[in-house]
Design a protein around this ligand. Structure first.
Ligand SMILES: [Zn+2]
Length: 479
């Protein structure tokens, strides 16, 4: 639906509304159409959303603004491009580089998944209810990567019509941003702030969030809007206990990990524990070609590191370079891990166990009482990772039904997402109350909880939009 007047702004919540993945928001002002994020829906029961038509034909979208390179924020871009989008995709330098790796990896996984499903169906002699096709291919991912334009924090730049955008450090993963869009002129001008994923203060590796201080409307993520994280100094202690007890039992420590930031953080903490002699020397496998590539990208953008990390790099002491680390690049390297005697730490993607090499390691370890499956990241509802965390007794992985006997542990403190108090700290950086806040990117009950927290603690007017809902921005004042 078009805005009713030239100055009106319409905002549509296409994804990550009452859910955590699939971030997609369309902002229309006058004749301009801007899409903020174009992410993949990763919850198992929401996968069909990735196939739904876009609310606007992609060739009518002028520009895309990308907050960061996580798959649930950029993973549907190749489909947008395949279906006719020809505008620009604005992102920071690290985001542009990492998003290309993420989109290519996603394309490969989707093509592989389709092949595996076809083979399984053939073996079991059953037909699929849907045509088995990948959502997009590597060619589409490369075409999307070619549309990126690099922007920097704190420098507003023009979009089509009377719009401009500015990126702010979000402190979530390297290059992550909150984005403020200004539309209209003079007294009719309005600003809309898209939080992206909000990070944390005083974390290793990347910079602290540097939030924006003014916006008329705010879309705010709420992934951990109802909880508080473990304290940072506890992470090392918990990890130490898990590693030593699993080694004593003779099992492996299997860590499903996100390739970006989290894998590097896990290596950082393991390195610290090894240096302090708090864990035995053991082999650590980084079985994720994507994590290896992303670790390389980190070296291209030193200005995005915090001061401590920049110092370590200058002194040639990369915290990712620990003794006993094996980067498994090929499939054969990955398979060789299964032949190792004794205990090892295996860090592999995907972080929510939705695909990738982690599935093979789970098949090998999940039914072994002496092994530990250690979760270090958020597990969305409907994913295999969430089922395991929630205590499933049996799981189905790669066509096999397996009994969960391994110890299941989790460390929340690793999170790259702000917890409730950190979200409130971010919100309090706004000098004046926004006209309206929209709580997005959270499971329904968590988003609702954080909405009421914003109303009580900040006296903000806040609502939780539904998927597909559109609001006319100044119009909502009168409703
Ligand atoms: Zn993210």
């Amino acid at each position: 639906m078009a805005p009713s007047s030239q100055n009106a702004m319409r905002l549509s919540f296409i994804g990550a509304a009452k859910s955590v993945t699939g971030s997609r928001f369309l902002l229309e002002a006058g004749a301009s159409h801007v899409l903020v994020d174009c992410g993949l829906s990763q919850e198992r029961d929401m996968a069909s959303r990735n196939w739904q038509p876009f609310p606007l034909p992609p060739d009518r979208i002028d520009d895309v603004l990308l907050t960061h390179a996580h798959l649930d924020h950029c993973g549907l871009l190749p489909r947008l491009v395949r279906e006719g989008f020809r505008g620009r995709v604005f992102a920071t330098g690290p985001t542009a580089e990492i998003a290309r790796i993420v989109m290519l990896d996603s394309a490969r996984l989707q093509v592989e998944d389709v092949e595996q499903k076809k083979a399984r169906h053939e073996k079991e002699n059953r037909a699929s209810p849907h045509p088995l096709l990948p959502l997009y291919t590597e060619k589409d991912a490369e075409a999307a990567a070619a549309l990126f334009q690099v922007v920097t924090f704190g420098k507003p730049f023009p979009l089509k019509g009377d719009m401009e955008a500015e990126f702010f450090e979000a402190g979530h993963i390297m290059g992550s941003a909150s984005i403020r869009v200004r539309a209209g002129r003079g007294a009719a001008a309005r600003t809309v702030l898209f939080s992206g994923d909000i990070g944390r203060w005083d974390r290793p590796i990347i910079n602290d969030p540097a939030p924006c201080d003014q916006a008329d409307y705010v879309l705010m993520e709420s992934t951990y809007g109802d909880s508080l994280h473990d304290k940072d100094e506890e992470i090392g202690g918990i990890l130490e206990k898990i590693v030593t007890s699993t080694v004593r039992a003779g099992g492996n420590i299997v860590i499903p990990s996100f390739a970006i930031e989290r894998s590097q953080e896990v290596l950082y903490y393991l390195n610290t524990l090894l240096r302090e002699n708090r864990i035995p020397h053991l082999l650590v496998f980084l079985d994720s070609p994507m994590a290896t590539k992303v670790t390389d990208v980190f070296g291209h953008w030193p200005e995005y590191f915090d001061a401590e990390m920049a110092r370590l790099i200058r002194e040639n002491r990369s915290p990712f370079d620990l003794p006993g680390l094996v980067m498994a690049r090929s499939v054969d390297d990955s398979k060789a891990i299964n032949r190792i005697n004794g205990s090892a730490v295996i860090v592999a993607g995907a972080g929510m166990c939705t695909g990738g090499r982690i599935k093979h390691h789970l098949v090998r370890n999940i039914a072994r009482a002496e092994s530990t499956i250690l979760f270090v990241g958020y597990q969305a509802e409907g994913t295999l990772g969430r089922a395991i965390v929630d205590g499933a007794k049996q799981v189905r992985i790669l066509g096999q039904t397996l009994t969960v006997k391994a110890r299941v542990a989790r460390i929340e403190g690793f999170s790259a997402h702000a917890d409730r108090d950190e979200l409130l700290r971010w919100a309090s950086c706004l000098k004046t109350r926004p006209r309206q806040a929209f709580v997005i990117h959270g499971e329904p009950q968590v988003a609702e909880h954080f909405r009421s927290t914003l109303e009580q603690k900040m006296q903000w007017s806040a609502m939780v939009p539904s998927p597909g809902q559109s609001v006319e921005l100044d119009g909502i004042l009168s409703t």
